[in-house]
Design a protein around this ligand. Structure first.
Ligand code: C5P
Length: 226
């Protein structure tokens, strides 16, 4: 069954802890990014793990191979279940990342081209591929190198699953349980459609963490995942 990852996009640890205390369903992945991790480090990751949640560290590592190797080792030490890494960092960097997680439960998730970038920027960089071709090229390289999953828009999942031979996990942000409030996401998809398109982990933040009753929203999403 596809899984739900909740984006824990708080800036204060007290708010994050309160939110997690109140969560009834432990069978969810909790995604922590810069906003909490840079400030609070293992205080927040230990809290998540101690309460029995799966930990998704969204740090989008991108550096020279040796530095990324040490970063991945750090995520293994924190007992993270998922860690994001930029596929643009190159094949050698991806190989070192895969080597660093060997023997652990950590799954590496590759980020291809940030959704904040556009084709005009690719041209500026001198890249002739269009966005779709470049995304597929990077995703393919990552999966072939042993990266476990690819972070992509729900609109891209089907295309990537059809064109990448090796199996991989598709992780999709930009999901809205109901389509009437998109926050600042421009290209959104509802839960059922995303699952139908092949999404394996659905990342949802504000519709849950800002809800009056997060437990109710989670229950509804889980029903749609079945
Ligand atoms: O609140 P919302 O459901 O939009 O949160 C989505 C989460 O996924 C946020 O943590 C955001 O940073 C992340 N994300 C995204 N779009 C991407 C990559 C990551 O929204 N292309």
């Amino acid at each position: 069954m596809p899984q739900l990852a909740i984006a824990l996009d708080f800036t204060e640890i007290e708010d994050a802890e309160k939110f997690l205390y109140d969560l009834e369903d432990k069978d969810v992945i909790i995604k922590v990014g810069y906003s909490l991790f840079v400030k609070y480090g293992n205080a927040i990751t230990d809290f998540i793990k101690n309460r029995g949640f799966k930990l998704f560290l969204d740090l989008k590592l991108h550096d020279i191979p040796n530095t990324v190797y040490n970063g991945v080792k750090g995520a293994v030490y924190l007992d993270a279940d998922y860690l994001t890494i930029h596929t643009l960092g190159g094949k050698q960097m991806l190989e070192k990342a895969v080597e660093a997680k060997e023997g652990s439960n950590l799954k590496l998730l590759g980020v291809t081209v940030l959704t904040s970038l556009d084709e005009e920027y690719l041209k500026f960089l001198g890249i002739n591929d269009n966005m779709q071709d470049l995304t597929l090229k990077l995703a393919n390289l990552a999966v072939e190198t042993g990266i476990d999953g690819i972070v992509c828009s729900p609109q891209e999942v089907k295309y990537l699953k059809e064109n990448i031979k090796k199996e991989f996990l598709a992780i999709t942000p930009g999901i809205r349980p109901s389509l009437d409030n998109n926050d600042d996401q421009k290209r959104v998809m509802d839960v059922r459609t995303a699952v139908k398109e092949g999404s394996d982990i659905l990342v949802i933040g504000r519709p849950i963490i800002k809800a009056q009753d997060p437990n109710k929203v989670i229950k509804e999403i889980k029903e749609s995942l079945r």
